[in-house]
Design a protein around this ligand. Structure first.
Ligand SMILES: Cc1cc2nc3c(=O)[nH]c(=O)nc-3n(C[C@H](O)[C@H](O)[C@H](O)COP(=O)(O)OP(=O)(O)OC[C@H]3O[C@@H](n4cnc5c(N)ncnc54)[C@H](O)[C@@H]3O)c2cc1C
Length: 304
């Protein structure tokens, strides 16, 4: 694979150390699931991202973007072609009331930076384990706050490799959605506008939200967060609980005992075990209550 023609071309674009061949993706996903990527590339500049997109286009090689892997399941057979991860674009810069964050920065770290700079508005994000890019992709939110409340603009690369600066209005953000998937934008950075606040007050809110999360969510295990969307008129977690599914385990994957809406990677689960458990939950809830649970998390890649 190291002789793959794409490998040779990629190391002309970015440092050799940023191009990994046959890289196990479970080492790069929050869920700890996923087989090998043919090539995992971690560019360091916007120009490199543009050049890689153009290369994938001209060579007609499949191209997949991976954030922190906290809202998707990569299958055990991994991903063919190029997988790009922007964790090296992770700078966080603050000027006055504005924070500019690279798409690979963790949104938790941006929230912490806001606290240190005594800026209010990102408290809600203090426990969301995704990257800035992943957070924009789905307009992440929690406890009444969401990305679109604080986002001013973003720099993205379009599918042709052009660099664009877009105001938040152009992302058509709504409840846990944006047009980023449809437009196939790659988020490079985000500019957030925050309000001056008091350190102690901001910290109190963050501590309170962290306490709520830690008491309700199984943060001690890898997971992909809430697996299912909220079905109209119901709560997914309650339906799962009432179906006596809490604690149900397939291989190393388990319906969390702490929060029925979560499936945890309790003990070295494979993606196929995790996905089998998702299907089992969907089938059982449908049989008991006639409610079809729709997945919130994405499943990508190939079977082993
Ligand atoms: C314990 C736990 C708690 C969670 N709590 C919340 C919560 O309170 N609120 C909430 O909204 N979510 C929550 N999540 C889900 C998840 O953290 C968010 O959806 C997060 O925004 C996903 O970001 P990511 O970087 O992990 O994206 P990934 O899972 O890696 O990717 C998700 C999608 O985003 C795309 N993407 C990633 N980076 C970029 C980029 N730079 N440009 C364009 N597209 C990109 C990917 O291609 C993929 O399609 C939780 C998850 C866990 C495990």
């Amino acid at each position: 694979m190291i002789n793959h023609p794409i490998y040779e071309k990629l190391i002309e674009i970015t440092n050799k150390q940023n191009v990994m061949v046959d890289e196990l993706l479970s080492n790069h996903t929050y869920t700890r699931l996923g087989g090998k990527a043919d090539i995992l590339v971690t560019p360091e500049t916007y120009e490199e991202v543009q050049a890689i997109v153009k290369l994938a286009n001209s060579e007609m090689v499949a191209f997949t973007l991976l954030g922190n892997g906290s809202n998707l399941i990569v299958k055990d057979g991994g991903i063919r072609g190029i997988v790009m991860n922007l964790k090296k674009l992770s700078s966080i810069q603050t000027t006055s009331n504005t924070i500019v964050a690279g798409s690979g920065a963790r949104i938790i770290d941006v929230s912490r930076e806001a606290l240190e700079r005594r800026l209010s508005g990102l408290e809600f994000a203090c426990g969301i384990p995704g990257s800035v890019g992943g957070a924009l992709f789905m307009n992440a939110g929690a406890y009444g706050g969401e990305i679109k409340d604080v986002l001013v603009s973003t720099k993205v690369v379009d599918p042709e490799g052009n660099l664009l600066t877009l105001p938040v209005e152009e992302l058509e953000m709504d409840y846990r959605t944006s047009n980023i998937p449809e437009k196939k934008y790659i988020v490079l950075e985000a500019t957030f506008a925050l309000q001056p606040g008091e350190y102690e007050q901001i910290k109190e809110v963050m501590d309170d939200l962290t306490f709520k999360r830690e008491s309700k969510q199984p943060l001690e295990y890898p997971s992909c967060g809430s697996v299912f969307k909220r079905p109209p008129g119901y709560f997914a977690g309650k339906l799962i609980q009432d179906s006596a599914l809490q604690g149900k385990q397939i291989g190393g994957a388990q319906v969390s005992l702490k929060h029925a809406g979560f499936i945890v990677n309790k003990d070295g689960a494979t993606a196929s075990e995790y996905i089998a458990l998702i299907h089992h939950v969907q089938k059982t809830v449908d049989e008991k209550f006639g409610v079809k649970l729709e997945r919130e998390v994405k499943i990508i890649g190939e079977d082993a």
